[in-house]
Design a protein around this ligand. Structure first.
Ligand SMILES: [Cu+2]
Length: 168
């Protein structure tokens, strides 16, 4: 009688130790943090942080990387255009937009002092030097073909002008 109870008790204790130890060992493996005592806190704290960091890293990446490569882009109702000025021409020298669009125009000077003027829409940059850029924004509310030009010295007479076409 006594011996059989001892055997049953021993088996129970062994079983509890084996199952408990196994579960503890598995949880330690999953948490991947051998030295940490907090088995249950470990994974719940570690799991979300890499995802958050990825989200933060990815979000600003594409927006800043894409913009400089695109010469012309319509975002909603805003048309982005890059115009380069050099002695004595604009590139592109024909710009096409649609009536009602808001134009975000980035004007760059490649060599000397230049500016960009489109009188009909009161669109005007300052006179900027080599390598400088100025962004202006205006809304086109009338259809037609208008001339934009550089107002520095005799640049307009030398051919520094272009066509701004607004389609209906
Ligand atoms: Cu000029």
């Amino acid at each position: 009688m006594n011996k059989s109870w001892l055997v049953i008790g021993g088996v129970l204790v062994l079983g509890v130790l084996l199952v408990g130890g196994g579960v503890w060992w598995l949880q330690r493996r999953e948490s991947g943090q051998p030295g940490t005592g907090g088995i249950f806190e470990g994974p719940s704290v570690v799991t979300p942080s890499p995802l958050e960091e990825e989200g933060l890293m990815v979000t600003p990446g594409p927006t800043t990387a894409v913009l400089p490569e695109e010469e012309s882009e319509v975002t909603g109702n805003v048309k982005k255009i890059v115009v380069e000025g050099s002695s004595f021409k604009f590139s592109p020298n024909t710009i096409k937009v649609k009536k009602g669009e808001t134009v975000e125009l980035a004007f760059r000077s490649l060599d000397a002092i230049h500016d960009f003027n489109l009188d009909e829409f009161e669109a005007q940059t300052n006179q900027i030097g080599e390598g400088e850029e100025e962004v202006i924004e205006f809304t086109v509310n009338k259809v037609g073909t208008f001339e934009f030009y550089c107002s520095v010295a005799n640049h307009r007479q030398m051919g520094m002008k272009g066509k701004f076409v607004v389609e209906p």
